[in-house]
Design a protein. Structure first.
Lengths: 334, 336
């Protein structure tokens, strides 16, 4: 995808996994970074007389992770195969709208099924366009995004539908201090971790992303793998849409686009140490990346930093993190 | 493969650029014919020039984006540069209402070049993938612009400054069309020069180019600088044409990349011609115009756009690979 990475070292993730769980592993590094950012935020906020690590604040940070986390976990699967999904933002918007309008008429279960079916269909379309028509993933998913946008703008003029109180439990309830939605993220992330690390399909994901040609010659059905990755990604996005619908109480055409989930999720994945060209990285790092972004947000909110300035810092943090990974990777291979 | 692309005879090069770009020229012709059929007055000089004027910023952006894409990178920051350029011009005019417009324009171009330089250096020296570098640059620029203006830029651009975007030179010819022509000629000449060949060689195979003595990093940095400058030029045109808004450049980065890819240029670098890329930009603008004239509801416009982009690129990919397979029989299939 990008010309800067010269042929990744041909090592299977399986054999390298045990030796890589050290500090040099980006997935470990990003969790350390999250801890460091939290500590730093705690010190700065405490110096101003505030209290950063209150239970309410911590729960708030975790709650803020959920939507981006779900999308980013899905995005990880796609990026691991060397593909990309830019259609997630509009899929989220459409997902909330479909969920809310279906719940208004029918039951919650039909709505959930409808959203997941819609997501799977969009993911399947993405995968088929990328593999069948051989359109570059960037353009293919951008095209799908345009198509979804047109559909949304043509059919919905503003917020639509209404989410019944029974479904809003997902967004607002807590078990003890822990929000229910966090369990959703944990379940999805755990499932994705199992799929990528412990199944044959997962190894095919890494193999396809590492070197598609070599993978195909070794008997991996790379097309199927890429299609399945896109479907998985879209299903995760569907879950995020359901969560946002329950949180907002209605469907909103701007639910996904305003927060820029497309680019933010890619940024979180890359921040978590997954290589954009595919083949290296994983779900654990992605969650760390999402956490870093959420903690940063919370620190800035507490310090009352101008919201626009946050973007500047975000940009710098993302570039700096990836530059660090690149240096580390080169030293190891040297 | 790479020796063929770098040292091909001129006629070969023309044939190849047409080979890769043929679908876009066909698409452009179809769209222009459809425009003529829908609206018989479309080819009156004034209206056609107005169309070219509207297309100019996108064409310039596509030319800049082509340089970056052909050497194997992305530039997602161009939309943010356009926005930042327009807002910066307004703010400068707010402080110095009598500033001469050539000075401001030159300043903007320089700032665009510096932005590109930073992106290029971060990408090559720190080895950050350009997707991330320019995505970060986009966040930084947008954040900085809003931080600076407090969310809503206000003020006015001077008439002199706006002439470049909306005025005409020598009677009829709009300045924007001239700027577009100049940028196009510069891009074509650049791609015919040694630098252009090293750029394509870099995108085709970085390693081979480096071993052959190309200063890969320098070529890439220059490509980013030129893309930043082109974006700043587009900012001047957009500012003059449509005035001040904090959304001035939103979405331009994706439109420019779409245009370039529509022109048969391969993401990942090494293939495609700049003329086809600019033709892609014209096609995109023609498509927008046609949809407007056809009375397709504004909402469905993006759906049609999405379908056509996917279809055109899919068609281009199919034609192109078949063509290549026939011409180079023995070379092993490389996953594209």
């Amino acid at each position: 995808m990008s010309g800067t990475t010269v042929a990744p070292p041909p090592a299977s993730p399986k054999t390298r996994a045990p030796s890589r769980s050290r500090l040099t592993d980006p997935a470990v590094g990003v969790w350390l970074a999250a801890a460091a950012v939290t500590a730093l935020g705690w010190i700065t906020v405490a110096a101003r007389g505030g209290d950063f690590l209150t239970l309410a604040n911590v729960v708030g940070i975790l709650q803020n992770c959920v939507a981006l986390g779900l999308v980013a976990v899905g995005q990880t699967a796609v990026i691991l195969t060397g593909s990309l999904d830019l259609s997630v933002a509009y899929l989220i918007s459409l997902g909330t709208l479909v969920a809310a309008t279906t719940m208004e008429d029918g039951g919650v279960v039909t709505a959930v099924l409808a959203v997941l079916a819609l997501s799977a269909a969009v993911g399947l379309a993405n995968g088929l366009i990328v593999t069948g028509l051989k359109v570059n993933a960037f353009i293919a998913t951008l095209g799908t995004a345009f198509i979804l946008r047109g559909w949304i703008e043509d059919n919905y003029t503003g917020p639509a539908g209404k989410v019944p109180a029974s479904f809003q439990h997902l967004g607002y309830d807590r078990i003890g201090p822990v929000p229910v939605s966090l369990f959703l993220l944990a379940a999805v992330a755990a499932a994705m971790w199992l799929i990528t690390r412990r199944t044959r399909f997962g190894h095919h994901l890494y193999a396809t992303g590492g070197d598609e040609h070599a993978a195909r010659l070794s008997g991996v059905r790379t097309r199927r793998t890429v299609i399945a990755a896109h479907v998985l990604c879209s299903l995760c996005v569907g879950a995020a849409a359901l969560f946002l619908a329950s949180r907002l109480g209605a469907g909103a055409p701007w639910a996904g686009t305003e927060a820029r989930y497309d680019l933010e999720s890619i940024a979180a994945v890359v921040l978590g140490g997954t290589v954009l060209a595919g083949g290296r990285g994983g779900v654990a790092g992605t969650l760390g990346g999402v956490l870093v972004l959420a903690v940063l947000d919370s620190v800035f909110n507490q310090l009352g930093v101008d919201p626009f300035f946050k973007n500047v810092v975000r940009g710098v943090v993302i570039i700096a993190a990836v530059a660090l990974y690149a240096r580390r990777g080169s030293r190891r291979s040297a | 493969m790479s020796s063929q692309t770098t040292t091909a005879a001129p006629y070969r090069r023309v044939a190849r650029s047409l080979g890769a770009g043929a679908p876009v020229f066909a698409l452009l012709v179809v769209l222009l014919v459809a425009l003529a059929a829908t609206d018989p007055g479309f080819y009156e000089p004034d209206r056609f020039l107005a169309f070219v004027k509207r297309a100019a910023p996108l064409v310039i952006l596509a030319a800049g984006q082509y340089l970056v894409i052909v050497c194997g990178e992305f530039d997602l920051s161009v939309g943010a540069i356009v926005t930042a350029g327009v807002v910066a011009a307004v703010e400068i005019y707010g402080s110095f209402p009598n500033a001469p417009w050539p000075l401001i324009t030159a300043g903007l171009l320089l700032a665009g070049a510096v932005t590109g330089l930073v992106s290029g250096l971060v990408t090559t020296r720190l080895r950050v993938p350009s997707f991330i570098t320019t995505l970060g640059m986009m966040l930084i620029l947008e954040g900085a612009v809003f931080f600076w203006t407090g969310g809503s830029p206000h003020g006015q651009l001077s008439e002199g400054f706006r002439q470049l975007g909306r005025g005409t030179a020598m009677g009829r010819l709009p300045w924007a069309v001239l700027a577009c022509l100049v940028a196009g000629c510069v891009a074509v000449l650049l791609m015919r020069s040694d630098f252009g060949r090293t750029l394509i060689a870099t995108g085709d195979s970085e390693r081979a180019a480096a071993l052959a003595g190309v200063r890969v990093h320098r070529a890439r940095v220059i490509a980013f600088v030129l893309s930043g400058t082109a974006a700043a030029l587009a900012a001047v045109l957009v500012g003059g044409f449509s005035g001040v808004s904090a959304q001035a450049g939103r979405g331009y980065e994706f439109e420019a990349i779409t245009a370039v890819v529509l022109g048969g240029v391969v993401l990942g670098g090494g293939r495609g011609s700049v003329v086809a890329a600019m033709a892609g930009a014209f096609s995109l603008q023609a498509l927008f115009t046609l949809l407007n004239l056809q009375g397709v509801s504004g909402a469905l416009e993006s759906t049609v756009q999405g379908v056509i982009v996917i279809a055109a690129v899919g068609l281009g990919a199919a034609d192109w690979s078949r063509l290549r397979r026939r011409r180079t029989h023995s070379s092993g299939g490389r996953p594209s």
